[in-house]
Design a protein around this ligand. Structure first.
Ligand code: RB5
Length: 150
């Protein structure tokens, strides 16, 4: 599985931890920045990682900012992205099983490193259940389609 990862300065330290963690488990990960703790704008990295998932051949993305909120809002503006902010393991599992979330977002200032690693492991290991959940996800895609015609 190919994974694109990125963060702003607020998620820089946690990104490094998650990157090392998933690389050690054998995942093929590309780091889209940021590459220092200098301040950057989270919509920029959200856009880059989202494009990598939609068009760049990456299966999934992980985005991290201070809260996980801003980067998640930004990523969800890109058609086809279903970014899920997860702060617990139950949500990480459901985000895959029910929502087919293709991007996981985390908040460095909210979620500790140990929990963030567990959330990431569960999210990476869980498959979409399809069925009635696919019908609902398809409705999200339909809504996107209506607005993208503007
Ligand atoms: C940066 O200070 C902070 O606003 C950002 O990392 C994030 O938390 C936004 O939602």
């Amino acid at each position: 599985m190919k994974i694109a990862i990125g963060s702003d300065h607020g998620g820089f330290i946690l990104k490094g931890e998650i990157l090392k963690h998933i690389q050690s488990k054998g995942f093929d990960v590309k780091d889209f920045g940021c590459y220092s703790a200098d301040s950057i704008d989270y919509p920029d990295v959200a856009h880059e990682v989202s494009e990598a998932v939609i068009k760049g051949g990456y299966d999934r993305g992980i985005l991290i900012c201070g809260t996980g909120i801003g980067i998640s809002i930004a990523a969800n503006k890109i058609p086809g992205i279903r970014a899920a902010l997860c702060g617990d393991c139950f949500s990480a599992k459901a985000a895959r099983e029910h929502n087919d979330a293709n991007i996981l977002t985390l908040g460095e200032r909210v979620t500790g490193v140990g929990l963030a690693k567990m959330i990431t492991d569960i999210w990476l290991a869980t498959e979409f259940e399809g069925g009635r959940h696919a019908d609902r996800v398809n409705k999200i895609t339909d809504i996107e389609g209506r607005y993208n015609k503007i």
